[in-house]
Ligand binder design. Structure first.
Ligand SMILES: [Zn+2]
Length: 157
């Protein structure tokens, strides 16, 4: 057992040797792709996803994106002002921004798919499910996980 000690990839359960950044080549690439789709979603949420000649299905996804963008703007306002607004408590805004980016990225991919005549991936349905559920809980005055909000007292509306 005179095997040379090698550093393993930092991803859970990955046995491959690590390259730069403490990850194996495959996981480095995966991270890079994740980062790129996140960046793209951020840009689109801040501006608007430019889609040339959207097909009817793409138009539906774009109107869903429009709704998501309204939430995104609220998330940004709360983070900029550092105080709760409407249904969004300050302490949930950081997470809500990630939910918007996740759903935004999936919507953009679904638009790409239908625009090239493919079916959108089933991942969208899953992401849409959990993101909408969290926002629905907030809109009902609960925490995003569905439990009642702690009563702060000072925050009377
Ligand atoms: Zn790996």
């Amino acid at each position: 057992m005179a095997r040379r000690k090698i550093t393993r990839c930092g991803k859970f359960r990955c046995e491959k040797p690590a390259e730069a950044g403490g990850l194996c080549g495959e996981h480095l690439e995966e991270d890079r792709i994740q980062q790129a789709r996140r960046e793209r979603a951020l840009q689109a949420l801040h501006r608007w996803p430019e889609v040339e000649n959207p097909c009817p299905e793409a138009k539906e996804f774009l109107s869903e994106f429009r709704e998501l963008q309204k939430r995104w703007h609220l998330v940004c306002d709360v983070q900029i002002e550092q105080r709760s607004r409407e249904y969004l408590p300050l302490e949930e805004a950081r997470y809500a921004s990630d939910w918007c980016i996740s759903l935004g990225a999936d919507l953009l991919e679904a638009i790409d798919a239908v625009q090239s005549g493919k079916r959108p991936s089933s991942g969208l349905e899953y992401t849409r499910g959990w993101v909408n559920e969290r926002f629905a809980n907030l809109e009902r005055g609960l925490m995003s996980n569905g439990v009642p909000r702690p009563t702060a007292g000072a925050d009377s509306r």
